[in-house]
Design a protein around this ligand. Structure first.
Ligand code: CP
Ligand code: NVA
Length: 318
């Protein structure tokens, strides 16, 4: 079985899920629309009507950083598909003692069918993918968080319909989340507005590439300008995993808090999203994140639905 699956992956030219920029618009749309249909079709909140995998098909998850949502939602997604999971903290692996990522990729390809990795270094993710004979999924790096952004688009669309032509506004730190949103703007036809302080602005190279591919992106340092009449307001922690300058970040990002006053400038129908974990009273006030416009727990749930179809796509099942 494992042998047959590995051949299948090769024939699919290894369907890695590394970054939104590297994926076809049609594949991205298939992943989101299938997740949406599976979620709607399922009894209550769990969808059991879905593409299935052989019961021996195994997802290995490598974590070099903490996780609640990614860890649990991938685990449940693979169980719903009918396969198995294995959680590996890097300190449990020889990787944590200096074995190369290249050798880790080659060895793991002999045992499991698909790998998800959460790591700081994007280069490590790319080396893993380059040297693996099986699909590799980006579960967050310091550079990007593509699974989250597809879950976010699914969440927006289930609440408000197609994201095409809508205004999505980001207020706060320019980080791994903004890189993936910028890449998504080039694929999904929404207007992206980014309000970040100059000290923590978005990646210029990623911006330039997305704009050259037709993305409509407005950058500003003024949160009010970014959220005016917007359809969706988003933010993220001021201190991402691995960031060292917490005190400075809090000081510089304080004017970028999403609060009721800022939300009032958005469209009446605007929703609030946050990838979580959140820090109430810092990047967002409690009345916003726990208020009627917030869809953050649907967003968290949708990690599971979208990852089910990301896994199915990587394994050639959709
Ligand atoms: N949003 C997200 O990726 O959450 P975790 O860090 O808990 O996985
Ligand atoms: N930007 C955050 C996202 C957490 C899901 C981080 O990297 O810590």
């Amino acid at each position: 079985m494992l042998q047959r699956d590995n051949k299948l992956h090769k024939s699919l030219n290894n369907r890695h899920f590394l970054d939104i920029s590297g994926l076809d618009k049609t594949d991205l749309r298939t992943i989101i629309d299938t997740a949406h249909s599976l979620k709607k079709a399922g009894p209550e909140k769990k969808a059991y009507i879905m593409p299935t995998v052989n019961p021996m098909t195994t997802l290995a998850m490598i974590f070099e950083k903490s996780s609640t949502r990614t860890r649990i939602s991938f685990d449940m997604a693979m169980r719903h598909l009918g396969g198995q999971t294995m959680v590996l903290n890097s300190s449990d692996l020889q990787l944590g003692r200096g074995e190369t990522i290249e050798d880790t990729a080659r060895v793991m390809s002999r045992f499991v069918d698909i790998i998800m990795i959460r790591t700081g270094s994007h280069e490590k993710l790319l080396s893993l993918a380059k040297n693996a004979d099986i699909p590799v999924i980006n579960g967050l790096t310091d550079f990007s968080h593509p699974c989250q952004i597809l879950a976010d688009i699914l969440t927006y669309e289930e609440h408000r319909g197609s994201v095409k032509g809508k205004v999505i506004s980001w207020v706060g730190d320019g980080n791994n989340m903004t890189n993936s949103w910028i890449q998504a703007a080039a694929k999904f036809g929404f207007e992206l507005r980014l309000a970040c302080p100059p000290e923590f602005s978005c990646d210029g190279v990623v911006l330039e590439k997305a704009r050259s591919e037709g993305a409509k992106i407005i950058t500003t340092t003024d949160p009010k300008q970014a959220v005016k009449d917007a359809d969706c307001i988003m933010t993220d922690t001021w201190v991402s995993m691995g960031d060292k300058d917490a005190e400075l970040r809090h000081k510089i990002l304080a004017p970028y808090q999403v609060n009721k006053k800022l939300m009032a400038l958005a469209a009446n129908t605007a929703i609030f999203m946050h990838c979580l974990p959140a820090h109430r009273g810092e990047e967002v006030t409690a009345d916003v994140i726990d208020g009627v416009q917030s869809v953050v727990f649907d967003e968290a749930e949708n990690r599971m639905h979208i990852q089910k179809t990301i896994l199915a796509w990587c394994l050639g099942k959709i």
